[in-house]
Design a protein around this ligand. Sequence first.
Ligand SMILES: [Mg+2]
Ligand SMILES: [Zn+2]
Length: 170
Amino acid sequence: MSLKAVFLDRDGVLTRERTDYVKTPEELEILPGIGPPLRTLRDGGFRLIIVTNQSVVGRRLTTHDEIGRIHEKLKSELKRMGCFVDGIYYCPHLPGEGCSCRKPEPGLILRAAEDLGIDIAASWMIGDKEIDLEAAKRAGCRGIRVQTNLGDLQNAVSSIIKAGEKGWEC
Ligand SMILES: [Mg+2]
Ligand SMILES: [Zn+2]
């Protein structure tokens, strides 16, 4: 049986977006208020998968190793809040490099779905930018936009849960 997931953008949705990029674990700041809505999604049977553009690597402002440490910190802080994350997928490339993973390309969502056995049509993407919604559309899941750095996931999560109660067929 395939699983449903909510794909989550990182910067501006779960963590504070910085104009100078998150380059170290110390610079990673979890937005307040995201724990309860994420737990609601898990309780609703959704896998949680983070899909994030990190051109900060391509710009040589940080390294893959450091991104690994940043994501270990993110996973452990979310776990402390009772929110287990199934995976974090990132695109390290620069805009204009022509990769298939930098959102609005759907590559990250497609790869995660393949790895984890996710039914994309039963899944959602929550992001704070048009490119997140575009990636969702190209991958074949539904998308919901939230405001950057506000941690206002609650409305988005309520819409997702409500849609599930109505059933997928309507
Ligand atoms: Mg973002
Ligand atoms: Zn890429």
